[in-house]
Design a protein around this ligand. Structure first.
Ligand SMILES: C[S@@+](CC[C@H](N)C(=O)[O-])C[C@H]1O[C@@H](n2cnc3c(N)ncnc32)[C@H](O)[C@@H]1O
Length: 225
């Protein structure tokens, strides 16, 4: 089944994913500033999507899960306790929050590592599920991050991406492009182009579902062949 209309394909292999561009340093500075308010501002509104994503993942006992961009560890308590979760992030203040949270919640099946998602320090084929919740529109180089996620996923394993992508409606997309240079300062690009991202990252989703309210966030599931 084609998940996109043919007109979306066009120059998808070469076009820019966003009208904006950022470097890791900029993203790190933004998250250093917002780490204290992250759970308040991006916590409850985005939480239904997090819950849906982990439910639909159907994590099995013994599964090895990698969460890329684990942030304040807001997903930590949502994983079943009989899997093992590795959370990586490059922001020290966000990871500090995550460490406190997992200690406070008594989460024992998650380890946290400071790492750049574009340069994962894991061997190929290490994880059953590689999950990036609300991260692809944040990272400086979404395609490299997605390729790293694919590399460390086991054959037959799943790469799961939860994210807001540019609207399919002309007016929505126009608005998201206009505001993208400003949303960068609160931690994300509002206009990441999903069809171009998938083509450039060589990802072939088995499903794309809409989550959250309003339903403008996508839960993208791919299987590594
Ligand atoms: C919007 S937060 C998502 C946090 C959490 N996953 C959630 O569900 O709310 C994005 C996180 O990605 C992290 N991040 C951004 N670029 C990164 C990179 N290149 N490598 C590792 N982490 C990165 C940020 O530090 C931040 O903690």
């Amino acid at each position: 089944m084609a998940l996109f209309e043919p007109h979306d394909e066009g120059d998808a292999a070469t076009r820019a994913l966003s009208v904006t561009a950022v470097e890791n340093d900029f993203v790190e500075r933004v998250y250093e500033k917002i780490s204290t308010v992250y759970d308040l501002t991006f916590g409850p509104t985005l939480h239904p999507g997090r819950v849906d994503a982990i439910r639909r993942m159907a994590v099995k006992a013994g599964d090895r899960v990698l969460e890329v961009g684990v942030g304040t560890g807001i997903n930590a308590a949502l994983y079943p306790r009989d899997c093992t979760v590795t959370g990586v992030d490059f922001s020290t203040p966000m990871l500090e929050k995550a460490r406190k949270r997992i200690a406070h919640k008594g989460v024992r099946n998650m380890r946290l590592l400071e790492m750049d998602a574009a340069d994962l320090k894991f061997a190929d084929n290490s994880f059953d599920i590689v999950y990036a919740p609300y991260v692809i529109s944040v990272v400086a180089d979404p395609v490299t991050v997605a390729r790293e996620m694919y590399r460390v996923c086991k054959p037959g394993g799943r790469i799961v991406i939860l994210n807001h992508f540019r609207s399919a409606s002309r007016i929505g997309a126009w608005l998201e492009r206009i505001i993208a240079p400003f949303t960068l300062f609160i931690g994300f690009k509002s206009d990441v182009d999903l069809p171009a991202f998938l083509v450039q990252a060589d990802l072939h989703p088995i499903s794309i579902e809409k989550v959250n309210v309003p339903r403008i966030w996508s839960l993208v599931t791919c299987v590594k062949s």
